[in-house]
Design a protein around this ligand. Structure first.
Ligand code: NAP
Length: 333
């Protein structure tokens, strides 16, 4: 497939500054946690990446451990073979911190682990550098200076342009920022789990770190914030394919279905899908620069990208969403 990107790709996307840096992130970006492994339909993976780029999505999120540690292989092949002439228009990220090899150096935040992980990620993707490289989780047993200084060294060596953290509380994220700043390395983002049903970061200080922006992952609560589950769990859905999913299973879906239906009505009255409204809801929250979606089909990406150009959710609709979901969202870490 000879892919030629749409000439109107930048017309409807918004780009927001990340932290205190000069880097702009697309308001919606695409992640490869699911559906991008070597066991996935390769043509569908290509179509999803091409569709995303055609929608102005310039940022693609990977990690060492996604899709049983094979997402980097698939994504790398697609970027190298089909988008190399557009590499300068694209931000590709990866992360270190979760386990991808056996033994004591396969996870967490020691210098040994994060540097070896970054080098493996570069080898697997076949890329020369990552635009943004993340510490995937805070390591309580490694001095933060060790983790962040190791990643700063990698930036100085040209293996990454910017640093970021993920799943850090506000205080640790701010400290990571200060360490990187002392090395003149931009640490720009904290990537956090945040959506209408998961509001835990509102109480851990992540929204108060003025020097960092937020990238919000699982914005649709893995698909629950759509009309997909209103009549049960379809076989061809994430919950249908993976009944043991800890976040998305019959115990977490069924008690929330009535609330989802009511939110679909609000979304419909706004002329949009619930998925679009759930993304819009995040784009209006404090410090959010970009919303990180997942997808199993190209059409879902088109649907989600349209959230960016939709109208603001009014204060009264925001209140209705709070009332409808009261007692159904997680608040405490
Ligand atoms: N930093 C971290 O620790 C961390 C952790 C988790 C994820 N992430 C990142 O965040 C990304 C997104 O996470 P996520 O996949 O949980 O996000 P999500 O956007 O909440 O869920 C994505 C799933 O929702 C369904 N979906 C998407 N768009 C839809 C639409 N328009 N209408 C109906 N259903 C739709 C699809 O599921 P079906 O299969 O049912 O079609 C899709 O696979 C990941 O790929 C990863 O890059 C980071």
């Amino acid at each position: 497939m000879n892919y030629i990107p749409s000439s109107s790709r930048y017309d409807n996307m918004q780009y927001n500054y990340a932290g205190k840096s000069g880097l702009k992130l697309p308001a919606v970006q695409l992640g490869m946690w699911y559906n991008f492994g070597t066991d996935a339909d390769f043509e569908n993976c290509k179509k999803m990446i091409f569709t995303a780029f055609d929608c102005g999505i310039t940022m693609f999120d990977i990690a060492n451990n996604y899709c049983k540690s094979t997402a980097e292989i698939v994504a790398g092949e697609i970027f190298r073979k089909h988008l190399s002439s557009h590499r300068d228009e694209i931000l590709i990220t990866s992360k270190a911190g979760y386990k991808d090899i056996e033994g004591p150096y396969g996870e967490w935040g020691s210098k040994k682990s994060v540097i070896a992980s970054l080098d493996r990620s570069l080898r697997k993707t076949g890329l020369d550098y990552f635009d943004v490289f993340y510490s995937h989780r805070f390591d309580p047993n490694t001095p933060l200076e060790e983790t962040i200084n190791a990643l700063c060294d990698a930036v100085k060596q040209g293996k990454a342009l910017y640093l970021a953290v993920s799943n850090y509380d506000g205080k640790s994220a701010q400290k990571a920022f200060e360490i990187a700043k002392s090395r003149n390395v931009p640490l720009i983002v904290n990537q956090v789990r945040y959506n209408i049903f998961d509001r835990r970061i509102e109480s851990n200080g992540a929204q108060d770190t003025e020097d960092l922006s937020l990238v919000c992952y699982s914005p649709l609560e893995q698909g629950l914030l759509s009309n997909k589950y209103v009549n049960g769990i379809p076989e061809d859905s994430r919950a249908g394919r993976e009944p043991t999913n800890p976040w998305l299973n019959k115990e977490t879906i069924f008690p929330r279905v009535e609330a989802v239906k009511k939110m679909c009505e609000i979304a419909n009255s706004r002329g949009q899908s619930l998925s679009q409204m759930a993304i819009r809801w995040l784009l209006q929250r404090k410090r959010v620069a970009s919303v990180l979606i997942g997808a199993s089909k190209p059409e879902q990406i088109k649907d989600c990208a349209k959230a960016v150009s939709s109208s603001e959710i009014s204060e009264s609709d925001m209140q209705k969403i709070d009332e409808i979901t009261s007692g159904l969202y997680i608040e405490k870490m």
